[in-house]
Each structure stands twice: as C-alpha cells, then as structure tokens.
Design a protein around this ligand. Structure first.
Ligand code: B3K
Ligand code: ZN
Length: 870
C-alpha cells in the first residue's frame, strides 16, 4: 500500500469555488449529482479522489466527457486546458451495503454520513483534502414516509413535496469548508428543540435528533450544549456563527462523534442519558464530547488543517479546550487527575510501542489509524504547555491572534505556534521539538541540600532513550518545597536560577527547563526540604526522583497541589504492589507497611477533604499502568499483587470504609453535580473495598437492589462479579432482563463480563460471542466485548495457552472484512507483544501474522500489524 509523507505536501492545482450536491436517496442505489465550479491554481491534470463509486457520467461545461476520464481504484483523472469550468459528476452508491460506516451509510434504517478523514471520496469524486475549501449547497430527495427529516449543513433554504411520495430539502452552508465536514442525515427521527441567545443577542435554534424510543434521554445533552456555548463565549470570546445547530445521535458509529458544520453526528453513547441508564462517567463523557464537537466550530472548522499531518492542530487544541470546559464545570483538580490517568494508561504505552509517533506524524498508510491517544491527548498536553508557559491571559492573546490571522484558512501547527509567540513577543521555537519527537520523555531529578549556605539545588535531566539524537524540549516544571512538618517554604531563587524560575506565588514556581541538564538553586532554606515536583502534571513526562516513603507520606498529606498529593499516595501504593510482585516471584512473604495504612486512614478520616480526591487517591493504580513499570509484564503476579493489596486495605480499614460509605449516602434524587458525583465516587470506592470481604456481600447486594441510579447499580454489580458473590449471577440476569431493550445498557452488561478476570474468562467470552445480542456490525458492541476483554482482562486475554489471543484474532479477521477501522483499533493490545514472556510473545506474533496474511486484508489492519511485527 501507498505511504503518504508530510514532506511530499503540494498545494492543490485546482480550487473548488462552490459545489452543489444532489442526493436521490435509495438504500441500494443512491444517485449523487455533484456540480463543481473549478478554478485552476497550477498546471497539470485534474485528479479527483473517489473510491467504490459507480460512475454514471462526467460533463464539462455542458459537454459529456465520461469517456475521456481515466478511472482507477483511487479516483478519476481528466486532462483539460481550461482554467475555469463547471464539472458535473454523477455517481451511484449503495449505503445499505456500507458496513465500514465511512461515507454514506445506513444505521437503524436512517441515512447518515461520516467523512473525516477521507470518507467523502466514497460519496462522490472530489478533491478530498482539508485544504480545499468550498461553499456547499445540498439538495436531498427521499421517500417521505421513511425519511421525515432531511438534514445537511448550514441553513435550510427550500423544501417541498414531490411526486411518488417523495419530498426534498435544500441546505446552504455559507461558510467555506473542506469536504470532511460535510454531513447528510435522513430518516424517521424525532427531535427536541431549544434556543440559545448569544452574547451578541442573536438567537440560535438548537435541535437534537434521535430515534423515537430515545426522545426522553436528550435533556442532559441539550443542557451540555448550552453550557458549552456559554463557556466558549466567556472563556475564549468565541461565538457561534450559524442560525441553527443540530446534533443527531446514531447507534452505529466508529468514533465518539463528528463536528460536521452545523450538523454534528454523534454516537448515541455520547447523547443519551437518564439517571437510571447512565453513570456519572457517562454524564461527564456526554458533556465533554458535546463540548468538544461544539468547540471544533472554531478550532477545526473556522480554522482547519492544511493536511492530515496537522491533525493535532485541531484535535490537541480542542481536547485541551474540552478538558478546561469540564474542569470549569466540575472540579479542576479531579479533572486533571482523570486526564493524567488516561494519558498514562493509554498514551504512554502507545508511545513506547511499535506504533509510536510524534503528535505530528511524518507518514501514514491509512489516516484513520492516526486518530490516536498521542495526537489527541498528548497533543492536548502540548497545548497545555503553551498555557502553562504563557498563563491564561497570554494564551488567550495567542488564540485571538491565531483567529485574526487564520480565520477561514487551512493551516499548520507552526502557524499556531507563531501566533502564540507573536502575541506574547516571546520565542517559542523550541516547542517544535515536542511535535517531531515520539516517546515519553524521562525527567530525572536529584536534589542536594547545603547546610553551610542554606541552599537547595535541584539537578534536572531530560532524556528519551528510544529516540535517536534526542533534542531538549521546552519543559515547564511545576515546583514547590515543604519543610519536614509539611509546611510550604517561601521560594527564593538565586541570581543564576532566577532567569529560569517563574514565581507564580510565594510557594509555587514554574521551572523553565530548556537544556538536557539544568540546575535550579534556592536560598534561605533552613533545613533539608521535600521538593514537590511536576505540580499539576505540568509536562507529559515520566518523573524520577528518589523519594523516601516518608517523603511521599508527607506530600500525600500536606502538599498544596492536589495532583502531587494524589501522585504521592499512588506511588506509595504502586511501590507496595511492586514489592508484592517481587515477593510472589521469589516465593517470599510480604506484610503491608503501617506507613501506607496510616496515610490512607488519615485521608479517609478527614471529612474536610474533597470526597472525589480521597476516592481517587485511595483507588489502586490500574493494572495497565502497573504493567507499564516493567520491561517484562508478569500478568499473573501483577494481578495477584493488586488483589492482595486490595484485600489488605479492605481488612485494615474496614471500619473507616464503612463510615465513609455511610457518610456518602444520599437518598435525594440523582443530580449531575460536583458534590453528588464526589459522594458517589467515594461511596463506591469504599464499597469496592468492602466487597472484597465476604462478610459484606449483603451490603453490596442491597445497593444493587435499591436501583437508585446506574452509577450505584453498576458499581454494585461489578463488585459482585469481581468477588464472585453468591448473588452475582442472579443480579446479572435481572439486569439483562430489565434492560435488554436499551442498547447502551446492554453494552455495559457485555463489558462487565468481558472485564471480569478469572480462570473462565475465555470461556465466558466464547459464550458472549454467540449471544443473540452480539454483532460485529455495531462498533459499540464490539468495543464493549472484544475491546474491553483484550485491553482490560489481562488474565483472560493473556491466558498462557493462547486461547485468549486466538479468540480475539479470529474476530478481528471477520471484522476486517466488514469494518477495517474498528478491526485495526482492536489490534492495539497485540502490538505490545514485546512486553511479555517468550512463550506469549510467540503466540501474539503468530496471531498478528495470521491477521496480516488474511486474503484481502485492509490497509488499516495491514499498517498496524506490519509495523508491529517489523
Ligand atoms: N474529528 C472526529 C474524528 C474523526 C475520526 C475519523 N476516523 C471527532 C473528533 O475528534 O471530534
Ligand atoms: Zn475532535
């Protein structure tokens, strides 16, 4: 397959001034008439992208030229000397047979589209690249009884009835856009409507379309949309620019959602919610994704990407914006910790594996493979670096200049950096290094205290062992110092250090690291302090500092930064698990240290603390993150050590868990707010420790039976399953009976079983694959069964006999024939084969080879399988 390189970028040789599309919708034969006004920008033939299209005719300025077109599997080529002409291309497609869910497809008898990255070429012949911007008009014709609504981007300018039970609508989007933002939806949906009045006093119509059975589950999404619009005005000064904003929720969708101009298409998972069916995590996810797609209207749509190598320009920036939105809506410190956990559990492994790539990739075979944690989440961390370095007001100045310069353009990550630099009159050239180097950097810090001079010196070194010729990154380190009683110390940098130390308060500074190795010295330090490092997780690095357990206990109890407090406790827990792993491997005994128990106890008994922070601080590190700490992952030992620590903490703190559990009860109606979320979080962490002890089975069962809300029900159910409570199987059946008509809840039912780690996990998977509700055609179902099993069920997936690998790889092969994008995503856990023992390595490689050798393997799967075997 063809490899695309960033270095090969050439501007397009034609511009498309306007495009008029007409769709005559039929499930098996939709006719698309595409009328484009083309203007030559440079010499050469016209090459239009197109895939799997049946060409009917091509007409140039009224003359049929169909026979002069060269057609191959990638598109259509036409020689012409004209500089300006109208081209009309008529094609036919079959949305009903489109199982890849890219281009125009069917979902629950409705029509919908997904064009990013390169789906528009499956709809019609076009210059399918983000730097070709055009004004789109869309006419949709369809059977009226089956398609009550006909939707496309922009404003509806005309509609009416036609013969034969058909009707039509014409939509005009006045904003020039690349074709990846095109959208069309048609079907028998229902909608809820609302309005939002912008700060300028303009009224915007808001509409959410869903299948009729879901109409009572849209309120939270609508409220989230209104909050997003208001937040973007207040924090970024960005106002919506059309008279209508539509969201459509569909059940079959490859990703979370899509920011099509004025007509977002969403995975129903990120729209539908009611307390009985959705958890707090779902509610937060909905608010975040609604926000994310809305924020794209400026960062992505008004200013878009020159080419797909710039993807992080819109995604990193928009993820940063949605993170800030959630932080402002709920709790900044809780949100920061959640994001760091996500990054470490998912992006760090990607960056350490065979698919590692910089946030600006240099090449790709299939672009869809590069919608990654790296481009999105690490990209957001890099945007956050600008924010940390420039502060909120400097960052906002940069954003304003970015829009002033580039509104309506398709630009690059350099353009973004230049705007940030120019608006603040600073040199940010070194930031470039974050865009071109892959791998998680290591930050090694050592400290020296000099009693004679009362000075304290930090020596910081940055490195990236896997990166050849690593060049230093501009790396801000959030920093403070505590004395031995946990009191914050006033920061007094020496003259030499002052230039690189930015004081944000008396006790908090940003150390600006620009070299591979750098020293920072502070004066008037009367006794050896405990440094608080990387506050707020100020850069996406792996920090190494030799803290004693006592230092960690001090930081966990007293630092002013909640991230550092969380991190200190997590490090204590991680160290304990690691000691247990070693003990298990060498067949020796280990007792839990009092230090860990004491800090945990103090946190749990302090009722003044934010319950959410306590809950997160006392949750054990995730298995994947523990595995990350090892060259070779000993699946069984890690799982056992994790289990052991859980029951130690459960035993040691039983009365405290019970007190916390009772303290956090709330019998009022469900609310999605910071306080209730925090209560439920701590309550359910407490319950999950309690549930590890057999005597608490009744307590867990009664929380299930209360059926208060999905957060509590699902937590109870998970605990029952994990600890094999007597009532577990009955509760699972009851749950299924209750919810079998609700797809999103049935997904949870599959996911719960997929992640339960026990000796029968593979057999359970086999049974579930045969379940009448399982289907490879629905991405959510695939993710909740196969995705969850292979990512989270370490014991089952990595079962020593290779049955886990085999079962998943067979499904990947079947899926690749239907939906290559989702098949390729499922490969990720296999790509980390180097991290396991020799026997597992060879089993995993064999699975990859088999997948690669499948006849007709997609380029999506080919790219990932071949790169991870190389
Ligand atoms: N931009 C889309 C993702 C498109 C995925 C293409 N395979 C959603 C988002 O990031 O907002
Ligand atoms: Zn996005």
């Amino acid at each position: 397959p063809k490899v695309n390189y960033l270095s090969d970028y050439q501007p397009p040789n034609f511009a498309i001034g306007s495009v008029y599309l007409e769709f005559d919708l039929q499930p098996l034969a939709t006719r698309v008439t595409n009328r484009m006004l083309l203007t030559r920008m440079a010499a050469g033939a016209l090459h239009l992208d197109g895939e799997n299209l049946q060409l009917i005719s091509v007409t140039l300025d009224g003359l049929e030229v169909t026979n002069q077109c060269l057609i191959d599997e990638n598109g259509l080529q036409l020689m012409t000397d004209k500089d300006q002409f109208e081209l009309v291309v008529v094609t036919e497609i079959a949305p009903q047979s489109n199982t890849a869910l890219e281009g125009l497809y069917r979902t629950s008898n409705n029509y919908c589209t997904q064009c990013e990255a390169e789906g528009f070429r499956k709809i019609t012949y076009y210059l399918d690249r983000p730097d070709v911007l055009s004004v789109f008009t869309t006419k949709i014709i369809a059977d009226k009884s089956e398609n009550r609504y006909l939707l496309a981007n922009g404003n509806m300018v005309e509609s009416g009835d036609l013969a034969d039970g058909k009707h039509y609508a014409v939509w005009l989007d006045p904003h020039k856009k690349p074709c990846y933002l095109f959208a069309l939806v048609a079907g028998n949906l229902e909608k809820i409507t609302d309005t939002y009045t912008t700060v300028e006093g303009r009224e915007v119509r808001l509409e959410i379309f869903v299948e009729p059975r879901n109409i009572d589950k849209c309120d939270h999404a609508m409220q989230s949309l209104k909050r997003s619009m208001q937040w973007d005005e207040q924090r970024f000064g960005l106002i919506y620019d059309l008279d209508i904003y539509m969201i459509v929720a569909v059940d079959d969708f490859n990703m979370g959602a899509m920011e099509n101009k004025g007509l977002n298409v969403f995975n129903s998972k990120f729209v539908l919610a009611q307390p009985a069916t959705a958890t707090d995590v779902d509610y937060e996810g909905i608010e975040a994704v609604i926000g994310h797609e809305y924020f794209h209207n400026w960062t992505g749509n008004r200013v878009t990407c020159r080419d797909w190598f710039q993807l992080t320009l819109k995604e990193g920036l928009t993820v940063f914006r949605d993170q800030e939105f959630t932080a402002d809506m709920l709790s900044p410190s809780v949100k920061r910790i959640e994001d760091v956990k996500r990054l470490r559990s998912n992006q760090f492994p990607e960056d350490a594996g065979p698919m590692a790539h910089p946030i600006q990739p240099q090449s790709y075979i299939e672009m869809n493979n590069f919608y990654t944690m790296t481009v999105y989440e690490k990209g957001a961390e890099v945007v956050r670096l600008y924010h940390t370095l420039l502060g909120e007001s400097g960052f906002q100045k940069g954003m304003q200049l970015y829009f002033a310069r580039h509104d309506g353009q398709a630009v690059t990550v350099q353009d973004f950096r230049q705007a940030m630099a120019d608006a603040n009159a600073v040199d940010l050239a070194q930031m470039h290094n974050w865009y071109v180097q892959s791998g998680t950097p290591h930050l090694q810090v050592t400290a020296e205290y000099y009693p004679e001079t009362k000075t304290f010196t930090l020596t910081c070194k940055q490195s990236q062992p896997q990166t050849k010729d690593f060049v230093p990154l501009l790396l801000p380190i959030g920093f403070g110092m505590l004395d031995q009683h946990g009191q914050p110390l006033i920061l007094e940098p020496t003259f030499e250090s002052a230039a690189h130390v930015e004081l944000r308060s008396n006790t908090h500074a940003i150390l600006r690291m620009t070299q591979l190795e750098q020293k920072f010295t502070f004066m008037d330090v009367s006794s050896p302090p405990v440094p608080s490092l990387l506050r707020g997780f100020s850069a996406p690095v792996k920090l190494h500092f030799e803290y004693s357990n006592a230092d960690l206990a001090l930081l966990a109890a007293a630092d002013e930064d909640s991230f550092v407090r969380w991190e200190a406790m997590q490090t204590l827990l991680l160290r304990t698990i690691q000691s247990k792993v070693s003990a298990l491997q060498s067949g020796s005994e280990l007792a839990l240290s009092n230090e860990v128990l004491d800090v945990a106890k103090a946190l749990l008994e302090d009722e003044q603390l934010d319950a959410a922070l306590v809950a997160m601080t006392l949750s054990l590190p995730e298995l994947g993150y523990i595995g990350e700490q090892y060259q070779e992952v000993d699946v069984d030992a890690i799982y056992q050590a994790h289990h052991w620590l859980e029951s130690q903490l459960a035993h040691g703190l039983q009365s405290q868990w019970l007190a916390a559990y009772q303290r956090c009860q709330n019998n009022g109606p469900y609310q999605y707010d910071k306080i209730q979320i925090a209560q439920r979080m701590l309550k359910n962490v407490a319950l999950s420790y309690l549930g590890a002890l057999p005597e608490n089975q009744a307590l867990v069962a009664s929380q299930y039976q209360l059926q208060q809300n999905m957060t509590d029900v699902l937590a109870a159910l998970r605990i029952m399953l994990v600890h094999q409570h007597a009532a577990a199987q009955d509760a699972m059946q009851d749950f299924y009976q209750r919810w079998q008509e609700d797809n999103l809840v049935v997904d949870k039912w599959f996911a719960l079983q997929a992640q339960t780690q026990n000796a029968q996990a593979v057999e359970t998977l086999a049974v579930l694959l045969q379940h009448s509700d399982f289907s490879l055609k629905n991405p959510n179902r695939v993710r909740s069964l196969l995705g969850v099993f292979s990512r989270l069920n370490l014991v089952g997936f990595h079962r020593a006999d290779g049955k886990g690998y085999q079962m998943v790889s067979e499904q990947i092969c079947l899926l690749d024939a239907l939906n290559p994008q989702i098949a390729a995503r499922l490969l990720a856990p296999f790509t980390h084969w180097k991290r396991y023992d020799v026997k597992r390595q060879s089993l995993m490689r064999a699975a990859l080879q088999e997948i690669l050798q499948r006849e007709g393997v997609s380029k999506d799967v080919y790219e990932i399988a071949s790169k991870s075997l190389a």
